[in-house]
Design a protein around this ligand. Structure first.
Ligand SMILES: Nc1nc2c(ncn2[C@@H]2O[C@H](COP(=O)(O)OP(=O)(O)OP(=O)(O)O)[C@@H](O)[C@H]2O)c(=O)[nH]1
Ligand SMILES: [Mg+2]
Length: 300
């Protein structure tokens, strides 16, 4: 008898949810940056452990939302919890019980109901072992966690234990995805995310928040290569210049990095064309949200 189900990864922005998803799946399915609010929608990655298939659901970080996009992202994150068989709450070891974590813990009971929640203290490579025990006790006093794990998603410490524990908690079920499938994001969205990651890594301050990337065209060529056309939407005139960079240098480097990653992912040659468009109101356009995999109405 096989097992299969959903494990949702939730936590504050930057907690390492996407890093953990990629580690568990063994491939880069979700983009990772050092900046907060990198992930914008739910992203599924599939892992098989023994007789169990675990569908990991990466979610946007949980924080106090102010803008429409924030609200849609936070709603998407809690939506991941609603569908899950097990929830993993990721906490950053070196930041501990922040106000943000406190806010999550106070909302958690109403959101999870009877679904088991694992406490996953991540980034243990950044702290001394002594601090972990106190943090774990403190957190366990505030919520009846079904298990506690100390991990480093980046280094791979403790992640196999967590995987085994999750596998045991999956309901009896046939596999939900074919065994060789790692993700269920459409290719055009994976490609757009790769470009957004490279832009986010390169740009500073608020700019990454104010842009979105969409794949507008995908053409398979006779020679086996793919031509991919993407649009980078920015909200302000001034941002276009920043994205392009001096003499177009920034967009050129972003384009090269994204093209190389996409080509490796597909295992064939890619021709990537990026166009930057100013669209002052894109953060209020429902079509942009559906392209991102978000529900526009959640932001209302
Ligand atoms: N030192 C250390 N850094 C880590 C670890 N896990 C993740 N990181 C780093 O933490 C940063 C954020 O990681 P992400 O995986 O993007 O975090 P996230 O929770 O998905 O963030 P959002 O999508 O913004 O909510 C990146 O710079 C990661 O390299 C870890 O175990 N140790
Ligand atoms: Mg993320």
């Amino acid at each position: 008898m096989t097992r299969a189900g959903f494990a949702a990864l939730i936590g504050e922005p930057n907690a390492g949810k996407s890093t953990l998803l990629n580690r568990m799946v063994g491939a880069k399915v979700s983009i990772v940056t050092h900046k907060v609010q990198t992930t914008r929608a739910r992203i599924r990655g599939v892992a098989v452990h023994g007789e169990a298939q675990i569908v990991f659901v990466d979610t946007p970080g949980l924080f106090a939302p102010k803008r429409r996009l924030d609200r849609a992202m936070v709603a998407a994150a809690w939506g991941g919890v609603a569908d899950a068989d097990v929830v993993c709450l990721l906490i950053e070891a070196h930041r501990g019980l922040t106000d943000g974590v406190g806010a999550i813990l106070s909302t958690l009971p109403e959101k999870v109901g009877r679904t088991p929640v694992a406490l996953v203290i991540n980034k243990i490579d950044k702290v001394k072992a002594e601090t972990l025990l106190a943090l774990s006790q403190d957190l366990n006093a505030r919520f009846p966690f079904a298990g506690t794990f100390m991990i480093s998603a980046e280094k791979g410490y403790g992640t196999e234990d967590l995987m085994g524990w999750l596998a045991d908690r999956m309901p009896e079920s046939p596999f939900l995805y074919p065994e060789d499938q790692l993700a269920d994001l459409p290719l055009r969205m994976i490609a757009a995310e790769m470009t957004r990651e490279k832009l986010t890594l390169r740009l500073h301050q608020e700019l990454p928040y104010e842009l979105t990337v969409e794949t507008e065209g995908w053409e398979e060529r006779q020679d086996g290569s793919a031509r991919v056309d993407q649009v980078v939407y920015v909200a302000r005139d001034g941002h276009k210049g920043i994205v392009l960079g001096k003499g177009g240098e920034t967009i050129k480097q972003v384009s090269r990095a994204a093209r190389e990653e996409l080509a490796e992912f597909l295992g064939r040659k890619v021709h990537l064309f990026l166009t930057v468009k100013v669209r002052p109101n894109w953060l209020e356009e429902s079509e942009r949200y559906s392209e991102m995999g978000l529900d526009f109405r959640d932001g209302g």
